[in-house]
Design a protein around this ligand. Sequence first.
Ligand code: M6R
Length: 613
Amino acid sequence: MCGIVGYIGDEEAVPVLLKGLKKLEYRGYDSAGIAVLGKSGLLVRKSQGPLKSLEKLIGDETARGALKGTMGIGHTRWATHGEPSDINSHPHTDVSGKIAVVHNGIIENHAKLKAWLVAHGVSFRSETDTEVAAHLIDFHYNGDLLQAVQEALKRLEGSYALGIISESDPDRIIAVRKESPLVIGAGKGENLIASDVPALLEYTRDVYYLEDEEIAVLYRDQVEFYSREGQKLSKEISHVDWDAGAAEKGGYEHFMLKEIHEQPKALTDTLRARIKTYGAKTINLEEIGFDASWAEANRVVIAACGTAWHAAMIGKYIFEHFARIPTDAEIASEYRYRNPIYHPRDIFIIISQSGETADTLAAMRMAKKSGARIIAITNVVGSTLAREADLVMYTWAGPEIAVASTKAFTTQLMCLSLIALQFGLLRKTTTEAALSGYIDALEQLSDQARKILDGKENIQRFASLQFNKAKVFFMGRLFDYAVSLESALKLKEISYTHSEAFAAGELKHGPIALVDTSTLVVAICTQCALFDKMDSNIKEVKARGAATVVITYDGVDYFDKTADEIFRIPRTLDSLTPILSVIPCQLYAYYCAVQRGLDPDKPRNLAKSVTVE
Ligand code: M6R
């Protein structure tokens, strides 16, 4: 996730910016840069790689005093538009190099704005959405930077936190936010901006939190606030009294819990740019070259490992449902040693959060040799998978730091749903008329996920009673079975509880022999057509002494008499339910690990990215 810092005061800006950026390193980034305004004008330095690379780049200049200046902005970038590179790193400048901009978020209409600016003679240097903002501000610049920013904002769509400085306006930093956090640090004779509080704490604990569409103008000795329309605002100062370590996790005890809570935003970010909202809502998947030629495909193969394979399994059901196309979900580590049969016109979808999983890459390379079209779904721009696949669809979940994958999974499902729906339209198995209802359902998922998170205390309470169970089995059918697999994996990897997942109909073919009074069975029951079947399965395990918990929809009382405990989730389409039903299970795994005194962010024997076989 990108980080922003900015400083105006009497100190040399470069060390302040570098210190601030270091405090934001925990967010994950692939490149860094600074812009300083000194006697010799605006100086921009940026570099791909860790902050150390930037420090090395500017080492000589700093030693010679060539980067002097008491005002500047800095950025750590986590690539979304354009691969990680020096040129794509922030700050970005206008054509004259007098205005510098750092940006977090996504400018959704950047392609349209870019075309418009190019038509007005502007030439672009990078592949980023951010560069549009620098040129747009310059386009509107008429001697007043604040006014130019206000004019530019009228054209920007999407989410942004922006830090802006200009050589022609040397005594102020302008900061803006919309749906991407930005904090103003109020010091004595100095003021700062940052995307997150830790970057400010060495200088001040007095902060202003910018609200959506507010603009801050920072001078050395004061800060002014304006609405987007230019109306002056007065804001309350807040005092930060927690420590920097806690702040890095956004106040959460662990990254895993933070990332579970980031899912509503990650879902919105992953969905939003792919929905065209003018006229009737439609899906736009130009990024994966989605066009009429897809209609020639006879089969989709989805390959992945671990959690991403569980997403693939759900993807299979979603593709079969919406697009009525034969779909296989393959475990990449198995697939690579098979002698699979390829069909001409197969479409391969390879899923990997990191884009670096060795087995997944091997499966992708095998499929590529067959001549199949390779589509990657990944969270990491510039990863090996992103570079080697023919086309890429990014999950815009932000960096996932905890080993246990959470927000990557739900955003992978979002991507798969979008492809399946678009494919369905093309194959005429989904109608235009039904599409807008499906898009509405996709759009509601973020709020529905938030609602589940709001009720997390109930799951925490349950985990505090059940965390020591010797065996926890998850069971379900179809979509619910796939979520059971993911839930069992989550629980075992971070709490070391013996947990397994069973297709509920398979119970009596063997697994039920394991059920006894030391067992907790979590039954995921979200498909109305299968309620009676699931109810029988729950009765079967109860009769063997198991404690039972059911995950089902709000308003469903079908299991009230059978289950010992019920967790409810908001209702959505069966095919989208895994995005919601997995959340209580993620929380349950997390709270069990914490109850057992374990660190969920660093489970034993596991690495975040499995880059070896
Ligand atoms: O980066 P990837 O999505 O390719 O990683 C695949 C698996 O290693 C990963 O999902 C793993 O199973 C997680 N630790 C599960 O939480």
